[in-house]
Design a protein around this ligand. Sequence first.
Ligand SMILES: Nc1nc2c(ncn2[C@@H]2O[C@H](COP(=O)(O)OP(=O)(O)O)[C@@H](O)[C@H]2O)c(=O)[nH]1
Ligand SMILES: [Mg+2]
Length: 439
Amino acid sequence: MLELLTEKLGKALGRLRDTKKLNERQVNDILRDVRTALVEADVDYEVVKGFIKRVRERALTEDLAKSPSPQDSFLLTIYEELVSTLGGEKQELKRGTVLFVGLQGTGKTTSIGKMANYLKEQGFRVAVSSTDVRRPAAMLQLQKLAEKIGAPYYGFEDGLTAVEIAKRASERAKKEGLDYLLLDTAGRLHIDEELMEELKEIKERVKPSEILYVADAMQGQSALGAAKTFHELLGLTGIILTKMDGDARGGVALSVKEALGVGVRFIGVGERIEDIEPFYPDRVAQRILGLGDIQTLLEKAQKVIPEDEAQDLALKVLKGDFDLEDMLKQIRFIKNMGPLDKLLGMLPGIGAQLKGLKIDEKKFKKTEAIILSMTKQERKNPKIISMSRKQRIAKGSGTTISDVNKVLKDYEEMKRMVKKLKGMKGLPQLPKFPFPFRG
Ligand SMILES: Nc1nc2c(ncn2[C@@H]2O[C@H](COP(=O)(O)OP(=O)(O)O)[C@@H](O)[C@H]2O)c(=O)[nH]1
Ligand SMILES: [Mg+2]
């Protein structure tokens, strides 16, 4: 699925990798290709417009300002905006009666079978039932599917209305303590009032935990037109996009959230019972943009502060034998991350710890160079750094004596802070970043 988009975006963003520097003109050029890729993949025009606008604004104000790697920042911006366009966070299916609605032939009944199977595999207790009273064949279809996967099918005597069936089935599910009752509804080729009234009444009577609209991805954007009407009348909680395995261009997956305000929850990728996948916006975005690239960037961020090593360093600080060698290590941890604030923003745990800490990457580089120009002895015992040594270090690192002094001052300041920390009773937590770096 979404192969076309993946391929086209890959081409557009490939140029990003070939450029050494990123300027406004290049941002615009690349975004023009991104726009074309999205439109060709059948993403709604308004959605494309909004997406490009947001990425462009962020790229020009945030990414270009990131001197070490504006390309990485730009790619991450595209990734983040893509994730949010695809629906943001993945939501779990709320337990209770799940109502499946939509037009005829979109894959409702098939999806219920798939979902029942999927939920069963997850260890949930699931039953299915059908309110499609006008089409006995449709009820039989679901009954057969249920038999195949070994899930109970709740059937009732002939002559009950759809609303009565819905009510009885959901009561029975409650009584039997099921996690989910998946309830099939009648579809129409077109929206009609009678059907809508029936669905509204079912909703009122059974108070479903979810109302999922089943949309056929092969229909492209037009699949969302009817969804809007259903949403207005029923208040949908999610979308199942079926037939994503076909030659659908898949762009509709990117349009759902913006068009309806609810996200895609599952996608159907074939006719077999196991052909259903939960929809994870972040994973899909990674797939579209080239999993490896994004993973590397994210991992880079996560690797920066290996928990153990950070603890080691913190302990060392507390014991008082934190020297310039350790300081260098810490700088490298931080520096390795590349576009810092952006990556940190994605890692709440780390981000919070660094809040208020002004990150100046140029200064990191300078500090690193200065420490590297010191001898081992000097790093272990900065006290011995005399004026003549400072001169040598400044020369070796291409900096000034005042720069060297600043590094030593940072170090001293950190030590003072450590002393203060030590004075505190029962340290609640070991600081992971025990020293302040300021620009
Ligand atoms: N290729 C493909 N076909 C699907 C998918 N989901 C459903 N179908 C097919 O679409 C047709 C209609 O499905 P059905 O569940 O009866 O639709 P309903 O009228 O909405 O209940 C059937 O032939 C299904 O096999 C899917 O994800 N991929
Ligand atoms: Mg059906």
